[in-house]
Design a protein around this ligand. Sequence first.
Ligand code: GLC
Length: 427
Amino acid sequence: MASEILSLEQRMKWWREAKFGLYVHYGLYSILGRHEWVMNRERIPLAEYEALAGRFTAEKCDPRAWARLAKDAGQKYVIMTTKHHEGFSLWNSAVNPFNAMNSPARRDLVAEFVEAVRAEGLHVGLYYSLMDWHHPDGARCFHDPAARRRFVDYTHSLVRELVTNYGHIDILWYDVPWPMKPDGWESARLNYMVRSCQPHILINNRSGMDSHGSVMPEDFDTPENVVKASPPYRDWESCDTLNHSWGYNVADNHWKSVAQILGLLVSCAGLGGNYILNVGPRGDGSVQDEAVERLRGVGRWLRRHGDGVSIYGAERATVEWMNFSPLSPCAATVKGHTLYWHISHWYGSDLWIGGLKTKVLGARLLSTGQAVKFRQTFASDGATDRLHLYDLPAAAPDPDLSVLVLECDGKPLQQLGAGCVWMPEVL
Ligand code: GLC
């Protein structure tokens, strides 16, 4: 048993600065290439699905390449699916014989993954699905007390392996608590065990605890495929797909562009959350070029822009423009007295920002450092406070996303409301 469990503030410190992570969905479903829910969606019989383990060779699976890719992309942590809903463990489990060591691959992919991610200096996260379509008690546990006992013991033993056999683990990322409630899973006891082994570990909100009013939902919320800020007292991380699937999907070509990814990353950072973006390697473990290109593109942008100074360590901003939309193709992040204004649609040499209540002391382009001229007017009724930036380059300084740095004389504050200047009573 390790020492004292750390406080939430201590535990979350690195994570709150990290902002950007890589998610890896890899399992037997990757061999079929028809989404990770294929077993359920196509009602594949158990024996037929199990046979996939005999085809799991993972010959191009290189966790070091995944970790390097994350590093190149500017991501600070990597989370891998150690056991998805299909019930196949990617590690050498003494409890679950349906695992990667017993497949032709004969590898403990969790061991390799953890070592590879650490070697790149990144933080390590392990995903674990409580829902299990393979275990005979996976559904029966709902109504059969003996099955529940067996399945809960099984689950706790598997999680114990993950948090005791691989050294320091930074994040435990549960998924889908179907078909039980947290008291059925004995989630409080489970997570206490986890924290006793890994006092610093962060646990997401999917061990069912949040569906059960009386207990804490653990450390952070996990909105999926959407940017949705939790209330200020809750940490959150938006998890997202690069195309439309988590697991490898041969027919899915709906790739997000670098500009879209950056927009989502900035929105999360500005709203006080993290953004974790997924790749689904093919059955052999290789990552599609489309994914690699985009992730590297994001990394290049971060390097071009002060090594991600506008992203990492950003605070929850107190401005109104934090989500890109046709209404305001800008999103802000804030660090101390600095406001980073991210602009996705460049209108040319002039830019106006309304409702900024804080005095701007200086403005420059982040990518080049070039100073930007501006004049700021504060109206006595506060209704027409405007910042006018002028003599800007005619073309966007960056094809994907341009950034203006505004140094302010206090914590940046923007208030707009929905009204307009000729209706001052509602402003
Ligand atoms: C969902 C899906 C799953 C995916 C996960 C990622 O709960 O069931 O396939 O792994 O979200 O957040």
